[in-house]
Design a protein around this ligand. Structure first.
Ligand SMILES: *Cc1c(COP(=O)(O)O)cnc(C)c1O
Length: 374
């Protein structure tokens, strides 16, 4: 029996007929971009949903990260995690900043605050942590270090949309947080992203930077970029918000079923359940240990044979890519935990429309990779 391919994620979209009136309106008015009404409405709706004051929409999170570093005038060295999507470090290179990789914590898989502190030099100006898989970083410990050494903190919060934390708003941590609304993320505008900042002055600055540096028709104050989100994306985002709770519920149900199914499987561990926050279940990473019947890569290949495309996020580590491995901090001896995790991790499919049947097929394969009758 052959099945349709199951990918690690499948972007959620609202019903098309719901979008048509808004698309018609955009066709009618010819307001396609440049902070139009949908853009303004989405900024407002997101600020409310995220319970923050200042949101600036962007065309994607990578340009938003690059812009965030510009807005804070970050230079020199920035301490960051090797266990992330490559855009995190790339945003530093685009600003001629040297990434300094620090190791991660084996439970949260986020930057280990002690490792951050050990990596600080005279040239360090900022920390760029990632809330990996939506698991909140230890923001208090990171802020303490930042205050002690007078460093900026820019959170790559690309995985964290929809995460709620009991001990204060996650997006209020640090100087800036950057969200991604890419197709593969929990909340998508096809492509898109946003910067969350703390002051009206900073938002104004960021809004200039994303619009070529224009302040008014005849005044350009800095070398800005074109980071604007267009009206179609913003309109889609407004509709997506209406389905978010439903989508998160379905994700959490799948997460629970995976956890129950794997609790008795030797050699497979799931991420710890964090009692401090409500997860967005953006990803379902498992670690495949030596006492599992087959290797991580053999399980990955087995799933592929069944048309199930799990992903080894984040293998290879950013620090293992050719363009980064020459950096002193990229030495594997400096990053033992990240190296271990990258060799064991496998992200299983999780998305609102994942069918019960496909979910069960994945579970059965992971439970019994040798295919023996039980
Ligand atoms: C997706 C992602 C990005 C990049 O987001 P885009 O919107 O695709 O530019 C950056 N960092 C992390 C951790 C991501 O997962």
């Amino acid at each position: 029996m052959s099945h349709d391919p199951v990918y690690v994620t499948r972007p959620f979209l609202p019903p098309l007929e719901e979008l048509i009136p808004d698309f018609s309106n955009i066709w009618e008015t010819r307001v396609l971009t440049n902070s139009g009404p949908y853009h303004m409405a989405l900024e407002k709706a997101l600020a409310e949903y995220l319970e923050v004051e200042y949101v600036s929409l962007f065309c994607n999170a990578t340009i938003a990260l690059v812009t965030a570093l510009q807005a804070l005038n970050v230079k020199g060295e920035v301490i960051t995690t090797p266990y992330s999507f490559v855009a995190t470090s790339h945003s530093l290179l685009w600003n001629n900043i040297q990434p300094v990789f620090a190791d991660i914590d084996p439970v949260s898989l986020n930057l280990d605050p002690d490792a951050i502190e050990r990596a600080i030099t005279e040239r360090t100006t900022a920390i760029m942590p990632v809330h990996c898989y939506g698991v909140p970083c230890d923001t208090d410990a990171i802020q303490k270090i930042a205050d002690k050494y007078k460093l900026h903190v820019i959170y790559d919060a690309a995985h964290a949309f929809g995460v709620k934390r009991a001990s204060g708003n996650l997006f209020a941590a640090g100087d800036i947080s950057v969200l991604s609304f890419h197709a593969t993320k929990v909340f998508n505008t096809l492509e898109g992203g946003a910067i969350i900042c703390r002051t009206p002055e900073m938002k104004r600055h960021i809004d200039h930077l994303k619009n070529f540096g224009f302040v008014d028709e005849v005044t350009v104050v800095e070398a800005g970029i074109n980071g604007k989100m267009n009206e179609i994306q913003a309109a889609i985002g407004l509709h997506q918000l209406n389905y978010l709770e439903e989508a998160l519920c379905r994700r959490r149900l799948i997460d629970t079923q995976y956890r129950q199914a794997f609790s008795k499987v030797e050699g497979v561990t799931c991420m710890a359940v964090c009692n401090e926050s409500i997860s967005n279940c953006a990803y379902f990473p498992v670690l495949i240990h030596d006492n599992y019947p087959v290797t991580r890569d053999a399980l990955y290949a087995l799933l592929r044979e069944h048309n199930i495309f799990a992903r080894r996020y984040f293998f290879p580590l950013i620090s293992d890519f050719d363009m980064y491995r020459h950096l002193p901090s990229a030495n594997p001896a400096n990053l033992p935990v990240a190296g271990q995790i990258a060799s064991k991790v496998l992200c299983l499919p999780i998305y609102p429309e994942l069918s019960d049947e496909d979910l069960q097929r994945i579970i059965t394969l992971v439970q019994n990779p040798s295919g023996e009758k039980k």
